[in-house]
Design a protein around this ligand. Sequence first.
Ligand code: SPV
Ligand code: MG
Length: 433
Amino acid sequence: MKKVYLAMSTDIIHHGHINVIKKARELGEVIVGVLADEAVAEYKRFPLLSFDERKTIIENLKGVKKVIKQDELDYVRNLRKIKPDYVVNGDDWKKGPQKSIRKRVIETLKEWGGELVEVEYTEDVVLDQLDNNLEKLGTTPDQRRMKLRKLIELKPIVRILEAHNGLTGLIAEKTKVVEGGKVESFDGMWISSLCDSTAKGKPDIELVDLTSRMNTINEILEVTTKPIILDGDTGGKIEHFIFTVKSLERIGVSAVIIEDKIGLKKNSLFGTEVEQKQDTIEHFCQKISEGKKAQVTDDFMIISRIESLILKAGVEDALKRAKAYIEAGADAIMIHSKIDTPKEILDFCEEYKKFEHKVPLVAVPSSYCQITEEELIEVGVNVVIYANQLIRSAYPAMVDTAESILKNKRAYEADDKNCMPIKEILTLIPGGK
Ligand code: SPV
Ligand code: MG
């Protein structure tokens, strides 16, 4: 009997999938690779049914002999294991992010003389609509809020990108690259106090109030589905923080990060160049535990950010605080550093690894940006936040354009150098025509 392999990621089985299985069945014994939750989330949307649920459904479909897990969108690993005579797939993957995956399948099958058989893709307007609606369901507050905890469970590292308005939210939501057979994308958004303030032309000193921050959050919520982590600065007064937690939780934000500073907050990347004061352990612990008491769901996360390395209080102090904050109920710890090497973060992580009671660890490699995600995973970091790179790259391009117009007394030079075509900007956001 010939061996036939096909991969499935769907949580809505329809006649198109049955067609593919039927075709596969005609060719031999059918083995289905069911995509892991993480792989589906990366390339499509967060699966509504878990891997186990999807596996059970597919195992019980007529004509399916065996189901195995496919850990990534790329088929190669499973193909080399099974060495099927045929791979069957819908022909829709000739376009879009799966194009390079298809190429790798064809090349791999050549190793043992296997063959790719493509079945005409079943167009179904109603099903496409249903799938779109399911994606939109992901934007309800409950669905969105719980995604961050799930991603931390699922992924070796959760990758978060800064967003400060609808457009940057869309960049975090939609940007994808295909690398070595894997679709790489961001898992969620960081609403940075630095970038939110900067975009409003204000300093990062807790001057932009919660109402204004809420407007930014809402703008991003409106056009995206991915989870949001809010930079909550110091969290303010404990009595105020309790209300902040409730407001954020209600609109579907997944987590707030609060830093253990007190008084007039300045941006951490100034370090000790400016006067900044660290909170006492007791007071900050009280803020965490009051915040935890205020939340009503199990999903929302309060993440405690330790500023000991920023304020030159040392790794020992940071570790002591991490222990206390975890004890007080922190759902994760963010450790921050402003030196230009990862050294002190690595020192912290090495000791943190030995903690008996650990929570997920968050890192923000802005000044030590040479560190790779792989290295962060190695030292036990669970969430990486790219906290300000979008605004830092947009601003120089805008200033250059403004200067070019002034110098040349026309826009021609800047148009050529820095600007996307007008047609593209008009159609960048669908629905404008
Ligand atoms: C932010 O992005 O606002 C942060 C991170 O708090 S940092 O700017 O490094 O302090
Ligand atoms: Mg900040």
